[in-house]
Design a protein around this ligand. Sequence first.
Ligand code: FDM
Length: 212
Amino acid sequence: LSANNESRGALVVFEGLDRSGKTSQCGRLVSYLEGLGHSVELWRFPDRTTSVGQLISAYLTNKSQLDDHTIHLLFSANRWEKRSMMETKLKAGTTLIVDRYSYSGVAFSTAKGLDFEWCKAPEIGLIAPDLVVYLDITPEKAAERGGYGGERYEQLEFQRKVSQHYKLRKDSSWKIVDACQPLDDVEKQVKEIVLQHIIACQKGKILSSLWS
Ligand code: FDM
């Protein structure tokens, strides 16, 4: 992506198992950043509001059946359809807090047995996150929190596999936060990490592409 020295927003992605607290932490973080006067938006993938997102939602709620490769590509397409908006917002100085991204795409599909390189390929060229906050919790602890809905992947055995596949994929952009701590402690750590990254982006850190 074009090198510029201008201040821009940060792309901050949250990843983790179901019930790891991503959605609560993203919400708290966005309120906090807004309170500090930052321009910030909360995004999530899958974005179920688009037409591709509706196909994904039907699959996740078991209203449709799709081949594993097909649903993988739909998840990826759902990110591609938001890519140019993402770039515009970041360059305009808006920080995006994103609940799940390409790492979910790869972790969930490889947990089903799909080939890693094949899974990564359609993600190439999407915008690389400046920071990935991984909310680390064991599948057993997450299951104890209850509230697994009835969606397709919300089963302990499958979450165990996803957890292993996530761990294989962590890279230098990841910060691992212990998500078994009380919510307030997690929140405090998340705020500190994220603020550092927002400042780096304001100082002109270059936007890059997946996968680096
Ligand atoms: N999921 C999510 C995938 O399998 N691939 C992806 O690319 C993404 C973004 O969809 F089980 C899975 C992860 C989760 C399900 O996510 C729906 P939410 O966060 O529960 O809506």
